[in-house]
Design a protein around this ligand. Structure first.
Ligand code: PMP
Length: 439
């Protein structure tokens, strides 16, 4: 007598559906960022994109870079194309220490871990510190790529207010006390002290000291993310937080904005014990960061006046910052507010009351200008009245044109609002039009 086969659970409609159902819980937080979703429209030539944060590398001397790479292949090709150490190339790590010295950091190459861009450094630090439900404190707003990492590791992000001088120390103190009183673990405070992405502001010197002290007293680690530090428009590079606190700070740096992002070379400088764990995490993620990229960056730093190149980048970005600020001053309604960044790529603009940057975006794109709505930079849905405008990529003329188009959209929105009120007003009033409109 044959035994009937056991009853199987109902199958999903396709085999792929059933795999998709098995994704790990942490992938729930992995959704396309608003910036990613924008890329397809914002990159059309007729759209002035004030959205993307791509470094503008059109000034790079490609012949010099090409020459350095060709020499690298001829002289050290077999090493450059081989696996390397999990911690990164020792010569490059020494050069990284020279770069960080410009910001007052005295470090040993042994405490540096080379990563695949500083993005991977954010990932590795989060991977070794954070369990699901751990708290990470971030500025409000914060870098969208870091928020994506924190979401992917199922951290809870607590935002701390910023003003024109960066993170507000008293707000940080209160946030830490609040979280600790609830018995929760804060794994680190993630901060972008220089030329913040997206807020454009810089943490003042007094506040750096104060924030380090607050974190020391509360026994909380600081993750200092500093990809824009050498792109200031005024004076000397600003002293890093890590320069004044070696034990309690993990510092992240990158060659993406000072050289080129395509090499994907960044780094973490960490206290010794943490550095060891980071290397293990790096080995499990990539075995080793790409040897070829590291040696190419190293050759560029050795053979080229890279600091002269960074100076050129700074001047180019300053011209573009000036073009954007002038256009905003000339054209933007007085009830909008924005800051004047002293370096980096970004202006944070807050719309007149009642306007919503996310809701307005489709109309802006129709008017052929793109920006990133502020909500992308918050873990908790805030930021709807604000937007990030980047001036790094378009020419000054295109920036002016982009601002002109954006102002046109904002003025239309203000007029609509005057006529009809906000959507909430309309809902509250009830629908007053003919019934046929509802079909
Ligand atoms: N941190 C911040 C604040 C950034 O703006 C970026 C790039 N937009 C990164 C980290 C990552 O840079 P990369 O991986 O290219 O070094």
């Amino acid at each position: 007598m044959s035994v009937p086969p056991p009853e199987l659970p109902a199958r999903s409609s396709t085999r792929l559906d059933s795999y998709v159902d098995r994704y790990a819980a942490r992938t729930k937080g992995m959704t396309a960022s608003e910036i990613r979703a924008l890329f397809s429209v914002a990159s059309r030539p007729e759209v002035v994109s004030l959205a993307g944060g791509m470094p503008n590398i059109s000034g790079l001397p490609l012949d010099v870079v090409g020459g350095a790479i060709s020499d690298l292949v001829a002289d050290h090709g077999a090493t450059a194309m081989q696996y390397g150490s999990g911690q990164g190339d020792p010569v490059l790590r020494e050069q990284i220490c020279d770069v960080m010295r410009l910001e007052g950091i005295e470090a040993h190459p042994d405490d540096v871990v080379v990563t695949v861009g500083s993005q991977q450094a954010v990932d590795l630090v989060t991977r070794i510190f954070c369990d699901p439900g751990d708290v990470v404190i971030c500025e409000a707003p914060s870098y969208v790529g870091a928020l994506g990492v924190f979401r992917a590791y199922e951290c809870d992000v607590v935002h701390v207010e910023m003003d024109a001088d960066g993170m507000v120390p008293e707000a940080l103190r209160q946030a830490i006390a609040h979280v600790q009183a609830a018995g929760r673990t804060i794994k680190f405070v993630y901060t972008i002290p220089n030329f913040h992405n997206p807020a454009g502001v810089t943490l003042s010197a007094e506040r750096r000291t104060e924030i380090l002290q607050i974190c020391r007293e509360a026994d909380v680690l600081v993750l200092e993310d500093n990809p824009y530090g050498l792109l200031g428009f005024e004076g000397e590079p600003i002293r890093a937080m890590r320069a004044d606190e070696a034990e309690g700070v993990i510092y992240l740096g990158s060659f993406s904005k000072t050289f080129a992002p395509g090499f994907r070379v960044g780094w973490a400088l960490a206290p010794h014990a943490v550095r060891e764990k980071l290397v293990l995490a790096q080995e499990s993620a990539t075995l080793c960061p790409p040897s070829f990229s590291q040696m190419a960056v190293s050759a560029y730093l050795r053979t080229h006046d890279w600091q002269g190149q960074v100076k050129q980048f700074r001047e180019m970005y300053r011209d573009r910052r000036d073009a954007m600020i002038e256009a905003l001053d000339d054209l933007m309604p007085a009830t909008a507010r924005w800051n004047v960044p002293a370096g980096g790529f970004y202006v944070w603009l807050t719309l007149p009351d009642g306007l919503d940057a996310k809701a307005m975006l489709p109309r802006a794109v129709t008017a052929r200008v793109a920006y990133v709505p502020g909500t992308a930079f918050f873990a908790d849905g805030f930021g709807a009245q604000s937007m990030r405008l980047s001036y790094c990529y378009p020419t000054p003329e295109r920036i002016r044109e982009g601002v002109r188009r954006l102002v046109g959209v904002i003025e239309d929105e203000l007029e609509l609002r005057q006529t009809f009120g906000t959507v909430a007003d309309v809902v509250a009033r009830g629908y007053e039009g003919p019934q046929s409109d509802l079909t």
